[in-house]
Structures are given as C-alpha cells and as structure tokens.
Design a binder for this molecule. Structure first.
Ligand SMILES: CC(C)(COP(=O)(O)OP(=O)(O)OC[C@H]1O[C@@H](n2cnc3c(N)ncnc32)[C@H](O)[C@@H]1OP(=O)(O)O)[C@@H](O)C(=O)NCCC(=O)NCCS
Length: 148
C-alpha cells in the first residue's frame, strides 16, 4: 500500500541518494530545499512497507499545475509505482483547482514519455536545449494533461 506524505528536510539525504542514482543530471539538495520553502510547491514522498520508494514535486497556481519532478527509487522502477504516483499527483492537481497539468521531459527519456502518453498527456511543444547533457544540451518535450 503506497502512502503519501509531505516531504520534510529530514528526508533530503535519502532523496538525494535516490535522485543522484535516478537521473544523469540530478537536482542539487539546494533545489529541493528551495522547493520546500515555496508555498505553491507541493513536495511529497511515497512510502510502502519497504520505506521511501518515490517522490514528486508539483507547483500550482493561476489554474495551472506543473509537475517538476517525479522519481521512483531505481531498484523499484518498472513495478507500477511511477503510474501510481502520477495518478496521485493528477488528483492533487485537480484538488488544487488546476485545469491543466504540464510537464517537461527529456527527448531521450523513453520510459517517462511512455508513462505520460499512456496516462493521457498530449505532447504540445518542444523546448530547444532545455536540459544539460553529457555532450552539450538536450531538448525537452512539453506535455499537457487537461484536468477538467
Ligand atoms: C519515469 C519513472 C517515474 C517511471 O516509474 P516506474 O515505476 O518505473 O514506471 P511504472 O512501472 O509505473 O510504468 C509505467 C509505464 O511507464 C513506461 N515504462 C516504465 N518503465 C519503462 C521502460 N523501462 N521502458 C519503457 N517504458 C517504460 C511504460 O509505459 C509503463 O507502463 P506499462 O507497465 O503498462 O507498460 C521512473 O522510471 C523514474 O523515476 N525514472 C527516473 C526519473 C525520471 O526520469 N523521472 C521523469 C522525469 S520527466
């Protein structure tokens, strides 16, 4: 059973250990600390019987929601957790009154792209050179999910 709760500063060492293994270009701890201070950002962690297995960062305001980070512990990926977390994020965005949920994803991130497409997101644009990459920069695809 997946239980969600607000992320705390005390969670950050474990979150950073996951973030640094899950992403080729991870967020710094300072970015998470800033997110925790911004009231429009909702940072959540997801736990099951084996402990912290995922986290998300959602920003909401002006009728829009942006999913800024969604991450599943690497050894727990491919088991349905990402889809379960995304469903909870979508519900939270609706509860916050957003009419659209936006996100950006690396062009090369096939598993995330498939997850978003199968959850009903539409690709609505592309941001050139949006992410750092091992060689130069990488484009982002912008996805949107209508919530109304
Ligand atoms: C993207 C991520 C959140 C998906 O979570 P997950 O728990 O691995 O995904 P799930 O097991 O719930 O799978 C959901 C769907 O994602 C897609 N998917 C997951 N793993 C995949 C893989 N290795 N290859 C292709 N598609 C994959 C599939 O469409 C899958 O649906 P299906 O099982 O019905 O085929 C997870 O891989 C992750 O944390 N990656 C690193 C961080 C990241 O890239 N976050 C997204 C930033 S935009």
């Amino acid at each position: 059973m997946l239980q969600a709760r607000p992320m705390l500063e005390a969670d950050l060492p474990l979150i950073m250990a996951i973030e640094e293994r899950a992403y080729p270009h991870p967020w710094s701890q300072g970015i998470f600390e800033d997110c925790l201070k911004i009231s429009a950002y909702e940072c959540r962690i997801y736990e099951d019987q084996d402990g912290l297995c995922a986290y998300s960062v959602l920003s909401t305001g002006a009728g829009e929601a942006h999913l800024l980070n969604i991450c599943v512990r690497p050894e727990r990926q491919g088991l349905g957790l990402g889809r379960a977390v995304l469903e909870q994020v979508i519900e939270r965005a609706k509860e916050k009154g957003a009419d659209t949920l936006f996100l950006e994803v690396r062009v090369s991130n096939d598993s995330a792209r498939r997850l978003y497409e199968s959850a009903g997101f539409n690709e609505i644009g592309q941001r050139f050179d949006y992410y750092p990459a091992d060689q130069g920069r990488e484009d982002a695809l912008v996805f949107a999910l209508p919530l109304l």
